[in-house]
Design a protein around this ligand. Structure first.
Ligand code: HEM
Length: 470
């Protein structure tokens, strides 16, 4: 083939890719914060990546209750105030789509003792093989939380058959890392080049290998859950098998959904827990208060029940929520793609193919919403629950349009009850079994790092765990 033919093919390829893959500026008639999108799109070295917080704070100061456009790393978005939520709630999910969406992803809340036992088992097994240091065990918090959450989730997602299988545990956490790696690898380049680069990424090949292994492990389980000869099992895989219809019911799609659920569930919950642990290492009085509540909720030799988690740990719940208010995992939520035009109550129409988000970070630090917003007040939400008629509100897993941390209404995180229960289970296992603290000489938690729209905690910070008697 001649050089000129090759060049023509390449030029044609680039033009097709540009047409298909460029994320153009949104055409909504709203003001803009920061620069306009360029023809090539953005990369992880872009203006937004370096100035994300500053841009979002400027947007919040100017348009707290309104709308504005913001060019983020992966797309041009319209940032909407929670006041517009009522306009989206009446629309079907097929119109307001998650930017990385699966359907049939629902809550699994029927968990209790087995998951707690799994956490205690995993923690003790890990420590058995470790040398002690500074009178205890030195563990890196985030990787440890990932391990515990993966084990507890596995018990609930895939049942007793697979929940201690090292290949499944590695697949459950590794898949998320692979997906994150593909995103990081691709975001180094302009979007126009993604279709050419993606097939050659090692991280993408890795995803395929993981999927093959996941299918090998899950296929027999799916078959057994499908069989009418077996009684239904109380796990997520049974739930996925029972509820999927049409093409969603194929083995491949159930495996995909299970991997997506692990992706949505594990790293998020582990990061929330990591922040909880750091906050507790900094606040010994709060730690003591929560431990006392836990001891009362879980007398020796008694087992954890749903009521323990839902009703007996109100201070713990308030602490977790306060920690999450001040340590969110990112700046934005409700990241959605509108596939049809949406007319808002203020008369503005968002055209089809608009990407929208809510900036919840600034709202969580707004003095008009939370008095003394920068103060860590572990009992902030506990006190609100003491008010008449409010006892079921203000929980970590509660959703409301004024607190869109979990997303909003019917679009909110379906796993939030399970996440909340799981965070409490892990905190109980850690606080009842151990004294915890930063290594000698450290009294403050590590700084968080801004990565575009994400707010990352330290993945390497260690703490000392010292066994304690009840
Ligand atoms: C503390 C941990 C968690 C946090 C902070 C969290 C947060 C969120 C948020 C903010 C959304 C909404 C995204 C949006 O609208 O843009 C979401 C969606 C979702 N979450 Fe969670 N989540 C957590 C744990 C879980 C768990 C444990 C599961 C599964 C059991 C789960 C499953 C999902 C799914 C399937 C969606 C997508 C829902 C849809 O299709 O609309 N999450 N999560």
């Amino acid at each position: 083939m001649s050089t000129s033919t090759l060049s023509a093919i390449l030029a044609f390829g680039v033009a097709v890719a540009a047409y298909c893959f460029l994320a153009p500026a949104n055409t909504a008639n709203v003001p803009r914060i920061g620069p306009k999108p360029s023809f090539l799109g953005n990369t992880s070295k872009s203006f937004f990546s370096k100035h994300s917080l500053q841009l979002l704070e400027e947007g919040y100061a100017k348009y707290r209750d309104g709308l504005y456009s913001l060019w983020t790393t992966d797309m041009d978005r319209v940032i909407v105030s929670p006041l517009f939520m009522k306009d989206f709630m009446s629309l079907p999910r097929s119109v307001v789509r998650l930017t990385a969406s699966i359907r049939h992803a629902g809550p699994y809340t029927g968990m209790d003792i087995p998951a707690y036992e799994e956490i205690v088992y995993a923690l003790n097994k890990k420590l058995e093989g470790m040398q002690s240091s500074q009178g205890g065990f030195k563990v890196a918090v985030f990787p440890q939380m990932i391990e515990l959450v993966t084990c507890a989730s596995a018990r609930v997602f895939v049942g007793p058959e697979l929940c201690r299988n090292p290949d499944w545990l590695a697949t459950a956490t590794g898949y998320t890392l692979d997906v994150a790696k593909v995103t990081t690898d691709l975001n180094r380049y302009y979007r126009i080049f993604h279709p050419f680069i993606a097939p050659f990424l090692k991280s993408r090949q890795q995803i395929k290998t993981r999927f093959t292994l996941a299918k090998k492990l899950l296929a027999p389980l799916i078959e057994s859950r499908r069989s009418k000869a077996n009684p239904p099992s109380p796990d997520m895989i049974q739930w996925l098998v029972d509820t999927a219809t049409g093409s969603d019911a194929t083995t491949d799609n159930i495996v995909r959904r299970m991997l997506f659920l692990n992706m949505a569930a594990i790293h998020t919950t582990a990061e929330v827990l990591t922040h909880n642990i750091f906050e507790l290492c900094e606040r010994s009085e709060t730690l003591q208060m929560l431990r006392e509540e836990m001891l009362e909720a879980l007398p020796e030799n008694s087992s954890v029940r749903l009521t323990t988690l839902n009703s007996d740990l109100k201070k713990t719940d308030s602490f977790i929520k306060e920690s999450h208010r001040l340590n969110p995992l990112g700046f934005m939520t409700f990241n959605r793609h509108l596939v049809a035009p949406v007319r808002l109550h203020n008369g503005v129409t968002l055209p089809a193919n608009t990407y929208i988000s809510i900036n919840h970070y600034s709202r969580q630090r707004d003095p008009d919403v939370y008095p003394e917003p920068l103060l860590f007040d572990a009992l902030r939400f506990y006190r609100l629950r003491q008010q008449s008629g409010e006892s079921e509100q203000h929980q970590f897993a509660s959703i409301s349009s004024t607190e869109p941390w979990w997303g909003v209404g019917k679009f909110a995180c379906p796993g939030r009850q399970w996440a909340s229960a799981q965070v409490k289970l892990v905190l109980m296992a850690v606080l009842l079994g151990f004294d915890i603290g930063f290594p000698e000489g450290q009294s403050k938690k590590p700084e968080r790092v801004v990565q575009a729209e994400k707010l990352r905690t330290s993945f390497t910070q260690q703490i000392i765990l010292k066994r304690r008697e009840r």
